[in-house]
Design a protein around this ligand. Structure first.
Ligand code: ATP
Length: 435
């Protein structure tokens, strides 16, 4: 994990937020490569969950909502974590994360914990100029509630009837007691949430299973190692009382299994809660049968920062190999899926000080730029390959003196490290077949 964190900083994936002021715990910034990586992960989710489905519509709700939203959802009363402090080393722990509640995992002291105390995880804020309780509300701890309170607006204007889904990606905030494990547990993060509404016609468990399978296929299609991913079926005691089924998607992180996503059958709990508190009708009106009913809800809620971190960790490899001269070389490589890689094709000029080469390389890079995410660079080819391996670029194209004579270029693969000589008019097709 230390190596990956160092690489993420060195290559511009992830920086500590407000670093020049000493940082702020639980907040991170995505650098030039990290911002693209995270966007690719979000786009991949959006493509599969929204664009490729004719039964899912897009949504984007506000981060700050009416405070009664959080009363109805149960977050004001029940979104608590319980923590204890070690009186000796002063470290704070989430009570439910302690393996042994009698000795401190940091300093080893026995019976040194304070009484457990509970703490609401929602971040408070004030709206408008009055700094008093009447203007107090919260930054949303999940994006889903924005969808529930708009259920009627959406189904009426989009002319949808269950089964159909509403999806959004957006920021959420939680005042986590113990942020940590890099970007795994943070206080500001992005969630991708799908709320899929179904009629109570006996098919709801099938729909639940279909979404679990679809999400499984999604992780597999981006090459996440199957042995490091599990779909953990929650038992009745592990789920909230209203949930009829639940599956947690977990990845084997260097520190153990961690949740990436939760898929749940939530019954009518959420719409019922908002109808009760607001007094407004959020039922679906079925024109054909002239009946009102509250649809059941299947939810998939995935953390985009955790998923981005998963792609980074899963792609990371330190590889040693023997070259034909018997020399052992070592390299660090990120084996990103080509759709996820921040840079897909790097184009190099063999020499920095040869204007013909530089100009030709820039022309080639410019011609590939509308098709793929590309980058131009120049200098020592060995060093350039090493740098591109470290940021996970699947292919590098080198322009040399032969290129000036016959237009051919060298294409080098990140994974096999093999080099192909490719004629100019074949370059785009060559890359297309491999990307
Ligand atoms: P945990 O048990 O790890 O605190 P949770 O069960 O509270 O997570 P959910 O409320 O189910 O999480 O949220 C759905 C998803 O949102 C999680 O699977 C995770 O990917 C993401 N998420 C939740 N809390 C955080 C956080 N503090 N930092 C980053 N991502 C988070």
């Amino acid at each position: 994990m230390e190596e990956i964190t160092a690489l993420a900083k060195r290559r511009g994936f992830i920086f500590q937020s407000s670093e020049i002021y000493g940082g702020i715990n639980g907040f991170w910034d995505y650098g030039p490569l990290g911002a693209v990586l995270k966007r690719n992960v979000k786009d991949a989710w959006w493509r599969d969950t929204v664009e490729l489905r004719d039964d899912v519509v897009a949504f984007d709700s506000s981060i700050v909502m009416h405070p009664l939203t959080w009363k109805a959802s149960g977050h004001v009363d029940a979104f608590h974590d319980v923590f204890v402090d070690c009186k000796v080393c002063k470290h704070r722990f989430r009570f439910d994360h302690l393996k042994d509640a009698s000795s401190c995992p940091d300093c080893g002291s026995k019976n040194s914990f304070t009484e457990p105390r509970s703490f609401n995880l929602m971040m408070k804020t004030f709206v408008g100029p009055m700094d008093d309780t009447s203007s107090e509300t919260y930054l949303r701890p999940e994006t889903a509630q924005g969808i529930f309170v708009n259920f009627k607006n959406v189904y009426q204007t989009a002319r949808r009837r269950p089964p159909f889904g509403i999806a959004q990606i957006g920021k959420s905030f939680r005042n986590e007691i113990t942020p940590g494990n890099f970007t795994f547990r943070v206080r500001e993060f992005e969630q991708a949430e799908l709320e899929y509404f179904v009629p109570d016609d006996g098919n709801d468990m099938d729909v639940f299973r279909e979404w679990v399978e679809r999400r499984k296929a999604w992780y597999a299609s981006y090459g996440i190692a199957p042995g490091r991913l599990r779909f953990y079926e929650l038992g009745e005691k592990e789920r909230p009382h209203y949930a009829r089924a639940g599956v947690d998607v977990e990845y084997m992180f260097p520190w153990g299994w961690g949740e990436l996503e939760s898929i749940a059958h939530r019954g009518t709990y959420d719409l019922d809660a908002h109808m009760k508190l607001s007094g407004k009708d959020l039922q679906f009106f079925d024109e054909a049968s002239k009946t009102h009913y509250t649809p059941l809800l299947i939810e998939s809620s995935a953390g985009m920062d955790r998923t981005t971190l998963t792609f980074l960790i899963d792609a990371y490899e330190r590889e040693t190999s023997d070259d034909p001269n018997g020399k052992t070389t070592e390299r660090t490589v990120l084996r990103f899926h080509p759709k996820i890689a921040p840079v897909q094709v790097a184009v190099f000029s063999l020499a920095r000080n040869k204007p013909e080469l530089v100009e030709r390389a820039r022309t080639v890079e410019g011609s590939l730029r509308p098709v793929w995410r590309t980058q131009y660079d120049e200098g020592n080819i060995g060093q350039l390959y090493r740098r591109q391996d470290e940021i996970g670029t699947p292919f590098c194209v080198t322009i040399d003196y032969e290129t000036l004579a016959d237009g051919s270029v060298t294409v080098r693969s990140r994974d096999s490290m093999l080099q192909d000589r490719v004629p100019a008019d074949r370059l785009e097709m060559h890359l297309r077949e491999r990307l």
